[in-house]
Structures are given as structure tokens and as C-alpha cells.
Design a protein around this ligand. Structure first.
Ligand code: 0A1
Ligand code: ZN
Length: 861
């Protein structure tokens, strides 16, 4: 069946109906074979509604036979089409046995059962189970699974599935036969199977109630030492969830498998998480501090899903944020407790201000609970995940930490073993808080980025401070009308001669005023401290106000944000001032110099304070993005800082020394600050040898990458030399080569096109591996604004060609890759034309996937 014969009608949230049939038990048997795996599925079915036939989802399956209560059916008893199997006459209760064949070897979409190298593995979220067997593949059909796996005993020592292992033996054909049973009813998207040969790291965890859980981490042969950080992270996550929320793990075994071919980061299958190896494997030589951070956070994320996602799942896919927003929030809180809470928050804010604000302004704008979906895979978005987490965070701010934790407990108790909705979650919160959350609910249904306008008036004679807030959400591609939201606005009042005050303002109308009495001097107001809501802010600050906040605010995020706002304004002035150069105040240099001279104990924070906002953050502040002016302003200010602060940058750089590599807060901060200094210093011509020395002296990937990134950004000739050395040193390590591919593809010069072509011929590059493709092409389209947005359209053309090449192999990854082209309306006429031409070329292909079709068509509409 060609992809374009799929129906292209979207599903709507409002069309939800409860399942007509339930399945209490599923018995699955897999006889593994790369070309023809036989899947036998026995379903215990119960009818919930009279007069409807039994319709099961199924795609790309070769049906062998169907039997109803032991009786083979013939072709007049059922109807088969490209996406479903309909059995006409089904009793109130019955047993249906379906046999079909699938071909994992040819599954390049990496959904359903596929081969990751020599390993068989599955990915069933969102709708992948239908590529394994005919089934009501929807999250509100929960069943108890028994799974039997048969495969060649020698080649496949490990045959894994969900739950507890029941038996294992070798049969008379030399096949290993392993049986699993998962006692917890689950939807099909949480089913998993893995078969392969691995190195295994084992450990155990004793739960708070004293149960022993066996922990097993499966990695490629030879990679065992790279797995220990992930396993340690898992134990920390298990303990954290007990301490923070009283949530304990429920099976006797928890398995994590690292595979090299995976569309996303990882997957929370019950008791058997499958991970992209990028988020499991780490050692000092090959992984950066950022890699370590990501591993801990994603290991945590998947573990936390065991309650928020698995024990309580989603009624339908429109409710995705119910599990994802909540679980991202939980993993963010975990990371904050494991390291620097401020740094974690800054990272989260950066993501919202770049990718999420961009999504709101794009043709794919949607609320955190989307209302209309053609291809569900397109809705695993920063809006659903990260804005979803911001919404949960606001709820915690409004209710307080303890009440929020009680609400979570009630929600989990009330819906344990069920498929729930976002409304169910809010109801539980409302019940414990005894607070009306009806206006807050709007955050689930309204898309877009609210703009908050803040002002203040101080009346010295009355000792009164009057703060005013106004909110307005501009229309989005999916929704013209917007209503006022309930927005928690945390503020701090900074005074000259007295201690500061912190308050929480609740904004629930279009405009509101807040009166503070007994205020004896005019304060500087820190608005939206800790980024207490995912909104844009327009406040009347002077340069001095911002520098004061950057020095004095209690909240680290607010200090960093003040610097970001300072630079945004300077860059905006530079963008609009034709020719003349915007001057920077002496007080700025004094402050920056002070930080360099006394970087303090939180060096990572200092590093953030010294870093200019990036292109993407700045771009989101413009409706029409002034690409060239933004790029030249950023580089002008960067150059200026490097020149003006050369001496303190250099002393700071030289003063920072660590011992042998450790992933430990203080060292992470130190490396980060050193990298920032190096990056500035690299702007200065006489500092080229420094890059070389930094690279050569590095005993870890973080420092190595710092040298390479600085060389690349300074357009230094030394970049070519260093990257060549790096590529040859790591030519056999795919995960490190991904870093090399990304550096090559994000180099700002026009040689990038030739360099990408060369990389495509690298022995480790494969169009079938999402990590490789993303390393080259996401780096190019997302981290190389200079070349991607070239005025001649060569960058757009490269992306369109890539997307079209990828779509037949892996539509999900192709559709993610196309994203930067969708926002063509936000660029100047010339770029608009070229971007649109690239999109039209994609749309003009007769058989593009649903994934791509949905995004490209929304954009061209
Ligand atoms: N639920 C996973 C993410 C995930 C989603 C879809 C996938 O394939 C289409 C794979 C993974 C998580 O949030 O970690
Ligand atoms: Zn998740």
C-alpha cells in the first residue's frame, strides 16, 4: 500500500467515544525471524456496546489466519483493509486468535517491531502496536499481557518483555523460549520486546517498604563501563520518587536496554525501558557534562512514567500532556534536586523561549491538549511536553508544594489502573485545594504565548506602590479568539535601603492593579521571577534597573534573565539603528569584569550571566525576523566584549583549574565558565594557540568540545585542523562521530555544504539511523542560522532534499526535520519565496507520509 492512499482526515478530541470492546487478557507468541516473524495473538474479548462489529487496528501485517473461539474464520466473516481488520459477528464474550507475519528487517520507520543492528526491539507509542498485530490500538484499552518469545538460542541469549519472567528453556529446535507475564493491565503502547546479545550491568534497589527490585541494564557488548552512570542515576530516581512523592516501584525487576536505532530519547514501556544509546552510555573520554546531565534526567523521566503514564495512563492521545507535561515537570524537579536548581530552570526557560515560542508562532500552533490531529507522532512537541510542564509548575505555584503533592497522590489513587484525562487530573487538584480551577483549565485548551505588560507607579506622599499588569494573547494559526488566563506572577521588590519583598500576584483579567501600602521608597520590580509563567514580558526597565537586578535579585533565574533582557534591548537598538553603533554603558563592563574577577562558588551561574542570548531566543522577539541584522549585532557585541574584557577573561580562564575529570557540580561549573571565557578569547586573533592548547590538554569530552566549538565559532583556521584530528581519533565511535557531524554541519562558513557532502560518505553515516541524520541535518537547520538562512536559498534546498530522501525511510524523523521551514511567513520576501518553494517541492511529491503531509499542508494553507 502506498502511503498516499492513507486517509488524510484528522481526528478530533470532541469525537471521542469509549471503546466498543474491552480486552482483558492478551497472550502473544513471537517466533523471531528478520524477514518473517510470526506473531500469534490470543485475545480475551468482551463486548461493551451492542450492534457494532469488532474493528481492530493493523498496518503492514500479513494476515495468516483468524479463529473465533477455536473456529477458523473464512474471508466472508471479516473484512481486511489497509489499516484495519473488521470481524462481523462477535458474541458478548469470546476468544480471538490471530496469526500474522511481519518483517522487522525492512522496518526502517522504527515503529512496531524492528531491528536495531542485530537486536530486535519494539517501539509502540503512539500507534506502533498495530504494526505488530491486529488490536484495538488505543490507550484506553488496558489488558494483562503474557508473552512468549522464541529465537535462536545462541544468537539471542536475552529475550525480554514486560513484567516478570515466568520461564526459560531451549526447545528441541535449539530455540530459546522465554515467557513473561506483566500483572499490571496496560495499553498496547506500553508493550515491549527486545531480543539480542548484550553486556549486562546488574544492581538492586530496596524500596521504602523493603522489597528488593533487581535492576538490569543491557548495553552493546564491550560498552559495560559506559553504563554505570545510568544505573546509578536510576537508583537516585527511584529513591527521589519515594522521598518526594511517596511513590514506590511495583514490579520485582526493572530493565533498561540501550539501542542504537531509536526515533526519540527513550520509552517508558512497563518494566522494560528502551533507550536511545545516546542517553545511556557515558564515560569521561566520550561524553560531555551535558550528556551526563541528559542521561540522569531521561533515566529519571522514564522511571517517573511508571506512575505518571503507566499506572495511570491517558484516555486518548489528545491527553498526552497528562503524562508528558507532568513527567517532564517531575524530571525537572528531580534534576533540580540532584544539582543546581537555578541552572535547570534556566535551561527550561531557554527551551520555552526558543522552540516553544516558535511553535506557538508557527502554523503548527496547538494547545498543550491538542484538539485535532492527523498524525499523532507530530504532537510529541515542546508545547505538549515543556509548556505542559510549565502548566504543572504554575499549578504547584498556585497551590503550594504540599497541596500539589497531595493532589498528585489523590489523582494517582483515584485513577490507578485507569486511562484518565487532563480534566481528571485538575479535578483531583481542585478537590484537595478546595480552590476553583475553572479559569486555570484554559491553559489546556488555549494555544499561544501570552504577552504580559507590566508597569509601576510609586506615590511617595502616600507610601503607595501601584503595580499594573495586562495580558494579551495574540491569535495563533489554530485559534483566533483568546481569553484571559490565570497567570501566577512572582515578583520581588528591590529597595535601596531595606530588605527586598517577594510576592505572588494573580492575574486573571485582561488588566489588573495591585496596591502595596507602606512602601517608603520606589523599588525596582523583578517581574516574573523564576519565570513563573510561560509568557513574554514587556516591562519598563532602564539599563541601570536591569544591571541592578542582575546583581541583587534573590532568584538566580531573575539575575540571568535581567542580563538576557539587557542584551535583547541592546541588540534590538542595534537592529533598528541604521549604521550607528549602539554604545554600551561603563557600568556593564564593570559588572562583567567583577564577575570574571570573582566568579564565586556557582561558576555555572556566572557562565550564564556572561553569555549573550542566542539567535533563536532573539528571533522570537520579532514577528518578522531580521536575520542578517541579528546575526551581525550578536557578533559585533561578542567581539566588543572580547576586546574590552580581554584581560579579565584571560585571567579568569587561567585561574580555573580542575583535577582529573569528575561529573560533579563544582567541576561542571568550572568547565562551563572556562568554555565561555575561551569562546570570547577565540574572537581575538592572537588567541588561536589557546584553542590548540585547550584541545590538546583536554582529558575529557567537555573540554574537547569547548575547544572545537570555540574554534568553529571564531571561524578559526585552526578549526579545520582540530576537527580533522577529532574525526580520525573517534572514527569508530558512532556517538562521538555524531558530535563531529554536528560541529561540521553547524560551522558558519559556506564551506559547510561541501563538508556535509563529505560526511555523508563517512563509513558510520547511515540514512537509516536517526541519530546520524539528526546530528548532521538538525545541527545544520537549527544551529547554523548563517548558512541555513542564506539569502540564495541553498540552505532551504538542502533541507528539502534531505526531508524528501528521508520520508520513505522514516517519516517521523523526516517530519521533525522539516519544522524550521514551516515558519516561512516570518522572514523577508526573498527568504519567504525560497522557503515556500522548498515546501512546495515537498508538497508536490505524490506519496509523502501523513507525518509530512500534515505539517507541510498546515504551513502552505
Ligand atoms: N513517551 C516517550 C517518548 C516517545 C514518544 C514516541 C516515541 O515514538 C513515536 C518514542 C518515545 C517519553 O516521553 O519518554
Ligand atoms: Zn515522557
Amino acid at each position: 500500500m502506498s502511503e498516499n492512499s492513507l486517509p488524510r482526515t484528522a481526528k478530533r478530541l470532541t469525537d471521542y467515544t469509549a471503546p466498543a470492546f474491552s480486552i482483558s487478557h492478551v497472550d502473544l507468541c513471537f517466533e523471531l525471524d528478520a524477514e518473517a516473524t510470526r506473531v500469534t495473538s490470543v485475545l480475551q474479548i468482551k463486548r461493551n456496546r451492542a450492534d457494532v462489529p469488532l474493528k481492530l487496528d493493523g498496518q503492514q501485517l500479513t494476515l495468516i489466519s483468524i479463529a473465533l473461539d477455536g473456529q477458523l474464520l473464512d474471508t466472508t466473516d471479516y473484512q481486511l483493509d489497509a489499516d484495519s481488520l473488521t470481524v462481523f459477528t462477535v458474541a458478548q464474550q469470546c476468544e480471538l486468535t490471530i496469526i500474522c507475519d511481519i518483517a522487522p528487517q525492512h522496518n526502517t520507520a522504527l515503529e512496531g517491531l524492528y531491528m536495531a543492528g542485530n537486536t530486535y526491539c519494539t517501539q509502540c507509542e503512539a500507534e506502533g502496536f498495530r504494526r505488530i498485530s491486529y488490536f484495538p490500538d488505543r490507550p484506553d484499552v488496558l489488558a494483562e499481557y503474557k508473552v512468549t518469545i522464541k529465537a535462536d538460542a545462541e544468537r539471542y541469549p536475552y529475550l525480554l518483555s514486560n513484567g516478570n519472567k515466568v520461564s526459560e528453556h531451549i526447545d528441541s529446535d535449539g530455540r530459546r523460549v522465554v515467557q513473561w507475564h506483566d500483572p499490571f493491565p496496560k495499553p498496547s503502547y506500553l508493550f515491549a520486546l527486545v531480543a539480542g546479545d548484550f553486556d549486562v550491568l546488574t544492581d538492586k534497589f530496596i524500596t521504602q517498604s523493603g522489597r528488593e527490585v533487581s535492576l538490569q541494564l543491557f548495553v552493546d557488548k564491550g560498552a559495560i563501563t559506559k553504563g554505570s552512570f545510568a544505573l546509578e542515576s536510576l537508583k537516585r530516581a527511584m529513591q527521589w520518587d519515594e522521598q518526594r512523592y511517596g511513590l514506590e516501584y511495583d514490579l520485582d525487576i526493572y530493565m533498561v536496554v540501550a539501542v542504537d536505532f531509536f526515533n526519540m530519547g527513550a520509552m517508558e514501556n512497563k518494566g522494560l525501558n528502551i533507550f536511545n544509546s545516546k542517553y545511556v552510555l557515558a564515560d569521561a573520554a566520550s561524553a560531555t557534562d551535558r550528556d551526563y546531565f541528559n542521561i540522569e534526567s531521561i533515566i529519571g523521566h522514564e522511571y517517573f512514567h511508571n506512575w505518571t503514564g503507566n499506572r495511570v495512563t491517558c484516555r486518548d492521545w489528545f491527553q498526552l500532556s497528562l503524562k508528558e507535561g507532568l513527567t517532564v515537570f517531575r524530571d525537572q524537579e528531580f534534576s533540580a534536586d540532584m544539582g543546581s536548581a537555578t541552572l535547570c530552570r534556566i535551561d527550561a526557560v531557554k527551551l520555552i523561549r526558543t522552540a516553544q515560542f516558535a511553535e506557538d508562532a508557527s502554523p503548527m500552533a496547538h494547545p498543550i491538549r491538542p484538539e485535532q490531529v492527523l498524525e499523532m507522532n507530530n504532537f510529541y512537541t515542546v508545547t505538549v511536553y515543556d509548556k505542559g510542564a510549565e502548566v504543572i509548575r504554575m499549578l504547584q505555584t498556585l497551590l503550594g508544594r504540599d497541596t500539589f503533592a497531595k493532589g498528585l497522590k489523590l489523582y494517582l489513587q483515584r485513577h490507578d489502573g485507569q486511562a484518565a484525562t487532563c480534566d481528571d487530573f485538575l479535578q483531583a487538584m481542585q478537590d484537595v485545594a478546595a480552590q476553583d480551577l475553572s479559569q486555570f483549565r484554559l491553559w489546556y485548551s488555549q494555544s499561544g504565548t501570552p504577552l504580559l505588560t507590566a508597569a509601576q507607579r510609586y506615590d511617595a506622599t502616600r507610601s503607595q506602590l501601584i503595580l499594573s499588569l495586562a495580558q494579551q494573547t495574540p491569535p495563533t494559526a489554530d485559534q483566533a479568539e483568546k481569553q484571559p488566563l490565570l497567570i501566577p506572577v512572582q515578583i520581588e521588590l528591590l529597595f535601596n535601603t531595606q530588605a527586598s519583598q517577594r510576592h505572588l500576584l494573580l492575574l486573571n483579567e485582561s488588566e489588573q492593579q495591585y496596591l502595596f501600602e507602606g512602601i517608603t521608597e520606589a523599588p525596582v520590580v523583578v517581574w516574573l521571577e523564576h519565570f513563573s509563567a510561560p509568557v513574554k514580558l514587556a516591562a519598563q526597565y532602564s539599563d541601570d534597573d536591569l544591571l541592578l537586578i542582575a546583581r541583587q535579585a534573590t532568584d538566580g533565574v531573575a539575575r540571568w534573565d535581567a542580563m538576557q533582557q539587557f542584551w535583547s534591548r541592546k541588540i534590538a537598538q542595534q537592529v533598528t539603528s541604521n549604521a550607528s553603533e549602539v554604545a554600551l554603558p561603563a557600568a556593564l563592563f564593570k559588572l562583567l569584569q567583577h564577575w570574571l574577577e570573582q566568579p564565586g562558588t556557582d561558576m555555572a551561574m556566572t557562565a550564564e550571566l556572561l553569555t549573550l542570548p542566542d539567535f533563536d531566543t532573539l528571533a522570537e522577539q520579532y514577528q518578522l525576523i531580521p536575520v542578517d541584522k541579528l546575526l551581525s549585532s550578536i557578533s559585533r557585541f561578542k567581539q566588543l566584549l572580547a576586546e574590552q574584557l580581554a584581560r579579565p577573561l584571560s585571567s579568569c580562564y587561567n585561574a580555573l583549574k580542575t583535577g582529573p575529570y569528575q561529573y560533579q557540580d563544582n567541576d561542571v561549573g568550572l568547565r562551563k565558565l572556562r568554555a565561555v571565557c575561551l569562546n570570547y578569547l577565540a574572537q581575538l586573533n592572537d588567541n588561536q594557540p589557546l584553542l590548540h592548547t585547550h584541545y590538546v590538554n583536554s582529558d575529557n569530552m567537555t573540554d574537547t568540545m569547548a575547544a572545537l566549538a570555540a574554534a568553529q565559532q571564531s571561524k578559526a583556521a585552526v578549526f579545520n585542523e582540530l576537527i580533522a584530528d577529532f574525526a580520525s581519533r573517534w572514527q569508530h565511535d558512532a556517538l562521538v562521530m555524531d558530535k563531529c557531524f554536528a560541529l561540521v554541519a553547524s560551522q558558519p562558513g559556506e564551506q559547510v555544504f561541501e563538508a556535509i557532502d563529505t560526511m555523508l560518505t563517512h563509513p558510520l553515516f547511515s540514512w537509516k539511523n536517526p541519530n546520524r541524520v539528526r546530528a548532521l541535518f538538525s545541527a545544520f537547520s537549527l544551529r547554523n542560522p548563517q548558512q541555513f538562512h542564506r539569502i540564495d536559498g541553498k540552505g532551504y534546498q538542502l533541507l528539502a532534499d534531505t526531508v524528501l530522501r528521508l520520508d520513505p525511510l522514516n517519516p517521523q524523523v523526516a517530519a521533525r526535520l522539516v519544522t524550521p521551514l514551516l515558519s516561512w511567513r516570518r522572514f523577508d520576501d526573498e527568504r519567504q519565496q525560497r522557503m515556500r518553494a522548498a515546501l512546495q517541492q515537498i508538497a508536490g511529491q505524490s506519496s509523502i507520509s501523513n507525518d509530512l503531509y500534515e505539517k507541510v499542508n498546515r504551513s502552505l494553507d
